[in-house]
Design a protein around this ligand. Sequence first.
Ligand SMILES: [Zn+2]
Length: 463
Amino acid sequence: MNAIRIIPTLFRENGRKDLKALELQTGFDPLAEGPVMLRLIAELYPICRSITGDGLRESLRLLQRQIPLELREVPTGTQVFDWTVPKEWNIRDAYVKNAKGERVIDFQKSNLHVVNYSVPVRQRMGLGELKEHLFTLPKHPDWIPYRTSYYKESWGFCLSENQLGGMKDEEYEVCIDSTLEEGHLSYGEYFLEGETRDEVLISCHACHPSLCNDNLSGIALAVSLARRLKSMPRRHSYRFLFIPGTIGAITWLAKNEDKLANIRHGLVLTGVADAGVLHYKQSRKGTAQIDRAAAHVLKHSGQAHEILEFSPYGYDERQYCSPGINLSVGRLSRTPHGTFPEYHTSADNLEFVHADRLGEALAVSLEILSVLENDRRFVNLNPKCEPQLGKRGLYRMVGGTADAGVNEMAMLWVLNQSDGKNSLLDIAERSGMRFESVRRAAEALEGHKLLRKDLKAVPLAAH
Ligand SMILES: [Zn+2]
């Protein structure tokens, strides 16, 4: 906040131009990261992940090539609040063979063909008996549904309706070469230390097999965020969690209760790469700083978007926002889960996710975090009437220009509101101006000794 950066006058009070200014300042273009994120999704796509097991481990190890993620293992049977860490599931192969010995359902072609967490099976049976274990999507006859059975020991196959239509009434050989045994629940954690112990929690689930938007897009966005934040000065520390949904969040929370007091803000990232508009789901508090920052950034993004009120259904925000935890954690997604037909089907594939959508989600996420990083209170050192900005080169003179890129109206707002009570985000909200514009005005005024930082930290939003 010390050096005044000279921003060319293309700076304007709207979305895209401002992004351009950010890019000019930092030499980083979040939109150009889209293809990088898409490549990571394509690498992870074939792996058969679950809430435990080697597919999850392999995925986390692959992420270790991008960021120094620590792999943690929690043994089966560990009690975590009201839950118990389940047995570990692994699978090598699975198929249904017809009388000719041909694989009519083949795990090697798509890992969605097996109900995730299926117990081992080796049996022969007729179509009637087999059908009790087959799942299809009659409405979308080409798609394979995604099904799980984590907490009830059973087995099954998922296939397209068309595939089922081609199966004759004959005897089939059914094989699921899986194991369900004592083992571990794995997750990845990356702690990026900042200037203070105040933490931002970034969480994504990593337990779905070949599904792109649901799980892989959140993972790719979290990795890019981590890499970018690592190269920037940070007031906050950042904790990234790559965890199996529900049981992973519950396990982490149960084992890290001592760390919760440091978590000031958080975001669950998932489903950020489809063609829909960005949706921010508020934390349980609804008025947390992250809720305000996200609403502010989206409002000024120049893009259509939606703000969703908190509800106790969804992804791991359910656990982070349970009443006894109650963290300020919101969720960034695009089309909400369950409201698009491709959700939890084979159609949530590499064609369903888009590099430009990923890039835009990264830009918005970084801007939300930038608001949290830079929001603070200042005190006007010349509070009796307006200071004379013109003689300091801060106000446009007749025939001259203002200090490059600093918005005069933003300076007037910052001076007027900086009585030690209002933070820059308060001022941005009240003035209707973009936070970055207000921040830059404060920086210029501080540089001219018209403002000083209020040493008291910005108070947290009401609990
Ligand atoms: Zn899902």
